[in-house]
Design a protein around this ligand. Structure first.
Ligand SMILES: NC(=O)c1ccc[n+]([C@@H]2O[C@H](COP(=O)([O-])OP(=O)(O)OC[C@H]3O[C@@H](n4cnc5c(N)ncnc54)[C@H](OP(=O)(O)O)[C@@H]3O)[C@@H](O)[C@H]2O)c1
Length: 251
């Protein structure tokens, strides 16, 4: 069960090798989390992540999970919830894709959409049902500022995150009053494996900063978290710019 400050004792990460997710888990293990499930595509990276968390004192198990195989989500998550209550599900999987390449190869673009959006619709609904059945818990969804307004430079990824964000908000409203809390996290540019080698955007941040914001959001039971917080104002302004102006911005 969560403590009086809303921090979890047990958690499940969907996308178990995500740098943002692992920074968050390390932070929560340093607080109160004891049981960690890392769900992801089996790989040496997943095993290493589990081993490192064990080194911090957590009891860690891995489970095979592929966002692109929604038919397997029920069984994968069912295995985890059958072992005991889960206080926090962190939906962290996602791919950035390669915009220029994916515009030329529509099937690659579809893969981005299926991973980030339809994979999350399936896993999110399965997780929500299990959390609702136990009567408590949080579902934290890693969305992105990229979903706030589609940019020329990455509208394939951006549109998948827009869909994910809208889905997670609606799910949060559907679960309001059930004891299950949904928190949408919108980071800007985060220095992680996903953005390695890319030119940094303004207000770039780190996985650790996202982890800090997630912890604070859990304590406050927030519904939306921007990282860094200043992006809320920036994006609110950008969102309302006329298309003709927005199109010319170097974003
Ligand atoms: N980095 C940023 O600038 C940024 C900004 C805003 C939002 N985000 C979002 O934050 C989340 C985590 O990103 P990150 O920066 O931590 O990147 P990351 O380290 O590259 O993590 C991405 C995760 O997604 C997993 N994944 C990809 N395809 C999958 C699939 N088909 N099935 C299961 N897992 C799959 C990867 O697993 P494998 O090890 O199997 O590849 C990895 O665990 C993503 O949703 C991302 O869109 C990132």
């Amino acid at each position: 069960m969560k403590d009086a400050f809303g921090l979890p004792q047990s958690l499940l990460v969907l996308g178990g090798t995500s740098e943002i997710a692992l920074a968050t888990v390390r932070r929560l293990v340093a607080r109160r989390t004891r049981t960690v499930w890392l769900a992801g595509r089996p790989s040496p990276g997943l095993d290493t992540a589990a081993e490192q968390l064990r080194g911090l004192g957590a009891e860690v198990r891995t489970v095979a999970f592929d966002a692109l195989d929604p038919e397997s989500h029920e069984a994968a998550l069912g295995k985890v919830f059958a072992e005991g209550d889960i206080d926090l599900v962190l939906l962290a999987f996602g791919i950035l894709g390669d915009q220029a390449h994916d515009e030329r190869e529509p099937l690659n673009a579809v893969r981005v959409a299926q991973t980030n959006y339809t994979g999350a619709v399936s896993a999110g609904l399965v997780a929500a049902r299990s959390l609702q059945a136990q009567g408590h818990g949080s579902l934290v969804v890693l969305s992105s500022v990229a979903g706030e307004r589609a940019r020329r430079a990455n509208f394939i990824y951006g549109s998948s995150k827009a869909g994910l964000d809208a889905f997670a908000q609606g799910l949060g409203d559907a679960l309001h009053g059930t004891g299950v809390h949904v928190m949408v996290v919108r980071p800007g540019f985060v220095r992680s494996r996903m953005t390695e080698g890319m030119a940094e955007a303004p207000l770039a941040t780190t996985p650790e900063a996202v982890a800090t914001a997630i912890e604070l959001g859990l304590r406050r039971r927030s519904e939306t978290v921007w990282v860094p917080g200043a992006l809320r104002v920036v994006m609110s302004a950008l969102r309302h710019l006329p298309r003709t102006v927005f199109r010319r911005l170097p974003v």
